[in-house]
Design a protein around this ligand. Structure first.
Ligand code: ADP
Length: 197
């Protein structure tokens, strides 16, 4: 099965999850956030422990575990009829998170477009992450050191994914704006390139 996909891409705190949740409410779009898939696993299970080990340090979970769990989740959503790959766009957030994952998913994803959410105001990003950490009990964004590491991991391991897909597929969106404006920019673009679907 090949999934027609849109990728929401950006550093931690850039607003991928916020936009993904809204887009996922639109008929014809199914949102899947990799971090949410991981967090839904029982923390006492072997995977749950493995996830905490990496995420609490701001590191990425190893690729084979990530892709395996993600694929299982997508398959079960398909079986439940929540995600209908014949008609739905798969809106991905948080995956692929490095070039190795992009290559592993090459035959599974038909990437139609990549939205790069860019928030140049780092102080704003840190503030968003800390607020979320308290609200959602996220261990990975509790302290500055882990936040800092997550940003560095993004620059080093995730940002090269943009080059992998290439500028032709990418729209850079300024996510240093209120969510409804970011959404408007994304949707303006979606209408432009889905006209022929
Ligand atoms: P954010 O939205 O702040 O970027 P996520 O919820 O996407 O955070 O991810 C939280 C943590 O889950 C990451 O720091 C990482 O440890 C792990 N994770 C999520 N997605 C992936 C992935 N595709 N590959 C490896 N690790 C991942």
């Amino acid at each position: 099965m090949v999934y027609k996909s849109l990728l929401l891409f950006g550093a931690p705190g850039s607003g991928k999850g916020t936009q993904g949740k809204i887009l996922g409410k639109i008929p014809g779009f199914y949102h899947c956030a990799c971090g949410d898939v991981f967090r839904s696993v029982d923390v006492n299970s072997a995977f749950g422990q493995e996830f905490l080990k990496y995420s609490s340090k701001g590191q990425l979970v190893p690729d084979d575990i990530t892709i395996g769990l993600w694929a299982k989740q997508i398959e079960s959503m398909q079986n439940l009829g929540r995600f209908k790959p014949e008609s739905d766009y798969l809106v991905l957030d948080g995956i692929p998170r490095n070039v190795a994952q992009a290559k592993m998913l090459k035959s599974t994803l038909d990437v139609r477009h990549v939205f790069h959410l860019d928030c140049p105001d780092k102080a704003k990003v840190y503030e968003r992450l800390k607020r979320r950490a308290l609200k959602e009990n996220r261990l990975d964004d509790i302290n500055d050191e882990v936040i800092e590491r997550r940003q560095k991991v993004y620059e080093r391991e995730s940002a090269p994914v943009l080059d992998y897909y290439g500028e032709k597929l990418i729209t850079h969106v300024n996510s240093d704006q209120p969510p409804f404006r970011v959404l408007r920019d994304i949707l303006n673009d979606v209408t432009a390139w889905t006209d022929h679907d």
